[in-house]
Ligand binder design. Structure first.
Ligand SMILES: [Mg+2]
Length: 219
């Protein structure tokens, strides 16, 4: 079966924060007068809240038992604004997506609360570049749950074997897409997640635009 659709993860795959998330979190925490929160605790709490409207439940968990008056809503807003405005597209990715779309249907499937992820897509102005953009906050489950990938296939109108998913995180992107029967390409970069041998192919992020078309053609 030949490939008819290519879908992407968003964060660290197509767009990268120009400042590290640890710094952005620390700034938001300071702005909201909250106690320090480590990046690893944040990432763990985020995983428990992939289908929510905002990040407030994540911060409510992280602030649980805290004696300060820090407000999870305020912290969620401060962090959203910091993360969104720090996002930078991977080099040449917009013309690349436009040309890729001449040949394939294109999708985006990103994990996280609705407002957090929709703000990023809006900030980047990327909705028109894709046939469908899915945020797991609007779905029944997040990646790696098969239900998230089934929602993607349904929007793309393609069979798993006709579809490729491109993402950076093994435990979310690669494991999940593989389980749904979708071809997988892992995007790798210095300091990023480990290479996953179960991905059908890997591509260096700074070689994504020149190399991905050939990688897809070789699947
Ligand atoms: Mg990612």
């Amino acid at each position: 079966m030949s490939i008819r659709a290519v879908a992407f993860d968003l964060d660290y795959t197509l767009a990268v924060p120009e400042r590290d998330r640890e710094t952005l979190l620390a700034e938001a925490v300071e702005q909201a007068d909250a106690p320090p929160i480590s990046r690893s605790d944040y990432v763990q709490a985020h995983r428990q809240h992939l289908t929510t409207e905002t990040r407030a439940p994540i911060f409510a968990d992280l602030l649980d038992g805290d004696a300060s008056d820090a407000d999870p809503e305020q912290l969620a807003t401060a962090y959203r604004e910091a993360v969104t405005s720090a996002l930078v597209p991977v080099d040449d990715v917009e013309p690349f997506l436009r040309s890729l779309r001449e040949e394939y249907r294109l999708g985006l499937l990103t994990n996280g609360p609705v407002r957090a992820q929709r703000s990023k897509i809006e900030f980047l102005g990327w909705e028109p570049l894709f046939d469908t953009t899915l945020v797991t906050g609007e779905l029944d489950a997040g990646k790696p749950d098969t239900a998230a990938f089934e929602a993607l296939l349904s929007e793309l109108g393609t069979a798993p074997a006709e579809t490729v998913f491109v993402g950076d995180t093994p435990g979310e992107d690669i494991v999940g897409a593989n389980a749904a029967g979708i071809h997988t390409v892992q995007v790798v970069y210095d300091g990023g997640p480990q290479r996953d041998a179960s991905a059908d192919a890997t591509v260096e992020r700074d070689r994504l635009t020149p190399e991905l078309p050939g990688v897809i053609a070789g699947l």
